[in-house]
Design a protein around this ligand. Structure first.
Ligand SMILES: *Cc1c(COP(=O)(O)O)cnc(C)c1O
Length: 382
């Protein structure tokens, strides 16, 4: 059997070797491994410098100031801190949050937990293209709405939200605007100033950095306060305690700088690979696109294969690593809540696969996946 083809970049990306090399300089005794909060020796100061230079790399990638970046363990924690931290700190102003039914579980489940704490949530249903419109958002806003949370790029569909227009509507209604941008860095232009974003979640392992590190951008503004969820030594200006993981942070800094620098070229190459996959499938019947190509990033493609069960198709595609929706719910037999959320019929949702491509995907990978798909589909449909 040939080697495994990895087409699950939206679940996680491999660490870029250049990033791994940068990380390796911050682990062992001969490296800069010390606690960045150690004030009493040179190694501590050096580690702090490493952390601060990575903080600048993250800030530069999104048009922010380094003082606006809070390190977290990933986008899940950043989403939790943005939603729960902001709503709790603004209890006095209102208790209403607006989000959508196709957000990542890190937002969906946090919003649901806030509901059970007594906050009110309006759950918007996007259109068939996976996007919430500014008009829809405008209708959902209330005098007591304090926060709107919508993702930049949907992790299952790849669709891109019109962030500038949505931010404008949120602000006109007096609400702050949070964006989960875990899938967006290097895939679409992201500038928090230009787009009017107040809070933005990032993840290292979606941009060729390590797992277990992420960041939350928090606009510097007197009315943007967060209540900490993790208490301890008061790190990160009191917003997130815990010893900073120097190697993870150095890796995320290097990874985000590379991803922004090379994103456009990567995406151009990936567009051709996605189109090669689509062209190679054009001789097969009963394939539906859940992804609306006109409004999506090229690196995520969600397809339904009529008449087959997605899980069985995955089993038959033993040399291709893919997901039937989001990796986070692939243990369950329920169809993807995102596909359900945009109105894909249950039978087609259960017949869907998400292809996601990345920096190391080759034409040979696509051709191998196509050969496997043809073989598996003819077998299952017979
Ligand atoms: C992967 C992902 C997350 C979770 O990020 P972690 O760093 O794994 O916690 C959140 N939101 C989106 C859109 C994602 O793709």
């Amino acid at each position: 059997m040939s080697a495994l083809v990895y087409l699950d970049y939206a679940a996680t990306t491999p660490v870029d070797p250049r990033v791994a090399e940068a990380m390796s300089r911050h682990l062992t005794l001969d490296g800069i491994f010390a606690n960045p909060a150690s004030r009493s020796h040179m190694l501590g100061w050096q580690a702090e410098q490493v952390v601060e230079s990575a903080r600048r790399q993250v800030a530069d990638a999104i048009g922010a100031d380094p003082r606006e970046i809070v390190w977290t363990s990933g986008a899940t924690e950043a989403d939790n801190l943005a939603l729960t931290g902001f709503l709790r700190a603004n209890r006095g102003r209102g208790r209403h949050l607006v989000t959508s039914v196709v957000e990542h579980k890190a937002v969906v489940d946090t919003a649901a937990a806030l509901e059970s704490e007594g906050y009110e949530v309006t759950w918007l249903t996007p259109g068939r293209d996976g996007r919430v419109t500014p008009e829809q958002l405008g209708e959902a806003l209330r005098p007591d709405t304090v926060l709107v949370s919508l993702m930049a790029v949907n992790n299952e569909l790849g669709c891109i939200h019109d962030l500038a227009a949505l931010a404008e509507v949120a602000h006109a209604g007096g609400a702050a605007f949070h964006v989960d941008a875990a899938q967006a860095v290097g895939r679409i232009p992201l500038d928090v100033e230009r787009l009017g974003i107040d809070l933005l979640s990032l993840s290292g392992h979606k941009l060729y950095g390590p797992k277990g590190i992420g960041a939350l951008y928090v606009r510097r503004s007197p009315d943007l306060r967060l209540e900490a969820l993790i208490h301890g030594g008061g790190h990160e200006r009191g917003m997130r305690s815990g010893t900073l993981p120097t190697h993870q942070i150095a890796g995320m800094g290097e990874a985000i700088a590379l991803t922004v620098a090379e994103g456009e070229a990567d995406q151009a190459r990936i567009t051709a690979l996605r189109d090669r996959l689509l062209a190679g499938l054009s001789d097969l019947d009963g394939i539906h696109r859940n992804t609306d190509l006109a409004v999506a990033v090229p690196n995520i493609l969600n397809l339904a294969f009529e008449g087959v069960d997605g899980e069985s198709l995955l089993m038959a595609l033993r040399d291709v690593a893919l997901s039937t929706g989001s990796a986070c719910n692939s243990a369950s037999v329920e169809p993807s809540y995102v596909l359900k959320g945009i109105g894909v019929p249950r039978s087609l949702a259960l017949a869907s696969l998400r292809f996601s491509f990345g920096r190391f995907t080759t034409e040979a990978d696509i051709d191998q996946a196509l050969a496997s798909l043809h073989h598996a589909l003819t077998g299952l449909r017979r």
